[in-house]
Design a protein. Structure first.
Length: 370
């Protein structure tokens, strides 16, 4: 038997009997590594004559190929044996909880919108919606806003170049008040009936800085009946804030103001204090360490608005109010920068977002405080 035959027999026998992956890797290095015996023989081909190389070359290449194939085959056998042993020894504990999987979160604004809807549902208000692309009649005229009102200016409102069939200018709604008009028109078309709705949603204004964004969120409320007065408005707002902020010491202050769609008009403030650099709603604004913070506008629905919507102002009256949902979210959950709401930063969302399967609920809170 030649030296190559002996080397081949020795290599294949030892590879076949390799007990584990570590031993097999050691054999691979011994035979095929840079300093391996077969690799050393391959290096001698360069010093041979063409005639010798023609004879020895195929033999050495064949030896190297057979050795490499044997190593690969033995490696597959060892891996399969190891896998079978592991499967035989392992068992699945079906009583263990499933592993946590990545999942999305509810944006804080969406969470607060749900909380607002829940609170007002307990107070007998339905949620009403309307188009975000509006006409200027529903957005301005029907709300008693004159043709020269500053809010109609191009610099404040996103207008479209086209008009509707009645020659009204089309725009992105600047508030959710058009939903109130559409709801009242539908109610008056049915012969007149009480209305109690809130209208949450996106609104748009041409304004952008550290505290304003071109798109933001509002919720407006409307109650129409035959015996509504400002006392009902104040009670409704106080009850709402107590439930939203989960505090019984909410103090509401009404200040005379002016809005074209309400008469009389009032702005409402709540008492708050600064605690650790955070504004905390609660307490009396005139008490030591407290102050007042304006949160929205409201008032009794202007008789002209009732007429535009088809209600007889001599028979019907009601109140309306408006709030910024983004600001309420910042106050309730301790956020300082409005722009982060719209950045889409996954880190911010994972910190402030809510689990879609474990959202906080306010059910029962309104009834307890009412």
């Amino acid at each position: 038997m030649t030296d190559l035959d002996q080397l081949k027999t020795d290599a294949l026998t030892r590879i076949e009997n390799a007990p584990d992956a570590a031993a097999l890797e050691a054999l691979r290095i011994e035979f095929l590594g840079k300093q391996g015996s077969i690799s050393g023989l391959m290096k001698t081909l360069g010093g041979m004559s063409p005639e010798e190389r023609q004879v020895q070359g195929p033999l050495l290449n064949g030896l190297r190929t057979e050795t490499a194939d044997a190593i690969a085959a033995r490696k597959e056998v060892l891996e399969n044996t190891e896998l079978e042993a592991r499967l035989a020894g392992e068992s699945i504990d079906l009583t263990l909880p499933a592993p946590e999987v990545p999942r999305g979160s509810v944006h804080p604004v969406s969470q607060v919108m749900d909380e607002i809807a829940e609170i007002f549902a307990d107070l007998g208000f339905a949620v009403a919606t309307g188009p975000e692309i509006e006409d200027d009649w529903h957005n301005f005229t029907a709300l008693n806003m004159s043709e020269t009102h500053p809010a109609r200016a191009e610099m404040d409102t996103f207008y479209f170049p086209d008009r509707d069939a009645e020659d009204h200018r089309m725009l992105l709604r600047t508030h959710t008040s058009p939903v109130q008009i559409r709801t009242m028109k539908a109610a008056s078309a049915n012969g007149g009936e009480p209305v109690r709705i809130i209208a949450p949603g996106r609104v748009y204004r041409s304004d952008s800085d550290a505290t304003h964004t071109p798109m933001f969120h509002q919720v407006e409320g409307l109650a129409i009946d035959r015996d509504i007065h400002l006392g009902h408005l104040k009670w409704t707002l106080e009850t709402f804030f107590k439930a939203l902020f989960e505090r019984d010491d909410i103090v509401l202050r009404l200040r005379p103001s002016y809005f074209p769609f309400t008469e009389p008009s009032v702005e409402f403030d709540v008492g708050y204090s600064n605690e650790g650099g955070r504004r905390v709603v609660g307490g009396h604004g005139d008490a030591e360490g407290h102050d007042w913070m304006e949160l929205g506008g409201s008032g009794m629905v202007n008789p002209r608005v009732l007429e535009f919507a088809g209600f007889d102002p001599n028979e019907w009256q009601g109140f309306a109010f408006g709030l910024g949902i983004d600001r309420l979210t910042m106050l309730k959950y301790g956020m300082n920068d409005l722009r982060a709401f719209f950045d889409g930063d996954g880190r911010w969302l994972s910190h402030y977002g809510f689990s879609p399967f474990d959202q906080p609920t306010l059910s029962g809170g309104v009834g307890a405080r009412a």
